[in-house]
Structure formats: structure tokens, C-alpha cells
Write a protein that binds this ligand. Structure first.
Ligand code: F42
Length: 144
């Protein structure tokens, strides 16, 4: 059984610990913004380790839109490569945990629609995309 290897980023690791440790009652928003966060459990594509990645909650019906923004950094967050390698994830949304299948959004029209949902849920995504020449990857997680 692969082991969980926490993020190297302290605030992220702490959010995961509070969110999961409270069964999805605490630590479910982005700092003091009140904006909801989900946790995507994914598989390290090089180490095989269990990785837990908090992301903003962007819903599209029963699906979740996963945005590889990383604050507009020049490089993709590495969980993008995990999802590209293995689309089987678990999404924790507060007290619920769903087995989901992730696919990367390639179709321009679909991406435009989902990007609009993402920016509506978390306006900074727009700034992040303007901040980098990197095309921020967008994934959809659908119930497995
Ligand atoms: N990040 C976003 O991109 N979008 C969001 O909407 C978002 C919201 C959010 C809300 C709350 C919160 O606490 C964090 C939030 N984040 C958001 C940050 C997000 O959780 C990630 O921390 C961030 O996107 C960076 O992701 P990362 O996967 O690049 O994380 C780094 C810091 C990391 O953990 N690196 C590990 C390390 O040891 O350096 C390796 C992680 C890993 O998956 N390794 C793979 C493996 O095999 O184990 C290899 C990956 C590879 O191919 O290199």
C-alpha cells in the first residue's frame, strides 16, 4: 500500500491535516476568504506516493473543475503530471469523499465554458492566467 507523502508546502500540508482530521468540518475554505476548497487525492507519477492536493471547489453539476493555476507561477504544479498519468482520484468535498475519474480539457469550447465557471468561483484565476504565458491546465473530475 503506497504511503501518503505530504506537500512540501507547510500551509498546504496543514490545511490537508485540518480538513481530513476534522472529517471535513474544519479547514474547508481558503484561509479567511470563506471560499470552499476540495482535496484531491492523487498518485505520484514518479514515486507512486499518495498525494493530497487542496484546490478551490468549482462545481459543474456533479463534476469538479480542477485548475492548475499555482498562483500563476511560470511552471505547472506537479500534481498536473500525476493526473495526466493516472486519472483515478478521490475528491473530498467537506464530509463527502467521491471516487472520480479525471480528464484534461482539450476542447476550446468546453474549456471556455469551464474557465468561466472557475473564474466565477475564484476570480483570482483570471489574474493568474494573465500573469503567465503558461496555459493553465484545466481538468474535469467526473464520478467514477
Ligand atoms: N493550487 C492550484 O493550482 N489551484 C488551486 O485552485 C489551489 C487552491 C488551493 C486551496 C487551498 C490550499 O491550501 C492550496 C491550494 N492550491 C491550489 C495549492 C495546491 O494544493 C498545491 O500545493 C499547488 O498547486 C502546488 O502543487 P504541487 O503538486 O506542485 O506541490 C508541490 C509543492 C509538491 O508537493 N511537491 C512535492 C515535492 O516533494 O516537491 C512533490 C509532489 C508530487 O506529486 N511528486 C510526484 C511524485 O511522483 O510523487 C512527481 C511529480 C512530478 O512529475 O514531478
Amino acid at each position: 500500500m503506497a504511503e501518503y507523502v505530504p506537500s512540501t508546502s507547510d500551509w498546504v500540508r496543514e490545511q490537508v491535516e485540518l480538513y481530513e482530521g476534522s472529517g471535513g468540518v474544519e479547514g474547508t475554505t481558503l484561509r479567511d476568504t470563506g471560499l470552499p476548497v476540495i482535496i484531491v487525492t492523487n498518485r505520484g507519477n514518479q514515486t507512486g506516493a499518495i498525494r493530497k492536493t487542496p484546490l478551490m471547489r468549482v462545481k459543474d453539476g456533479d463534476n469538479y473543475v480542477l485548475v492548475g493555476s499555482k498562483g500563476g507561477a511560470p511552471k505547472n504544479p506537479v500534481w498536473v503530471y500525476n493526473l495526466r498519468a493516472d486519472g483515478s482520484v478521490e475528491v473530498r468535498d467537506e464530509a463527502e469523499v467521491y471516487a472520480m475519474r479525471v480528464r484534461e480539457v482539450a476542447d476550446a469550447a468546453e474549456r471556455a465554458r469551464l474557465w468561466e465557471l472557475a473564474v466565477a468561483a475564484f476570480p483570482p484565476y483570471e489574474e493568474y492566467q494573465n500573469r503567465t504565458s503558461r496555459r493553465i491546465p484545466v481538468f474535469v473530475a467526473e464520478p467514477a
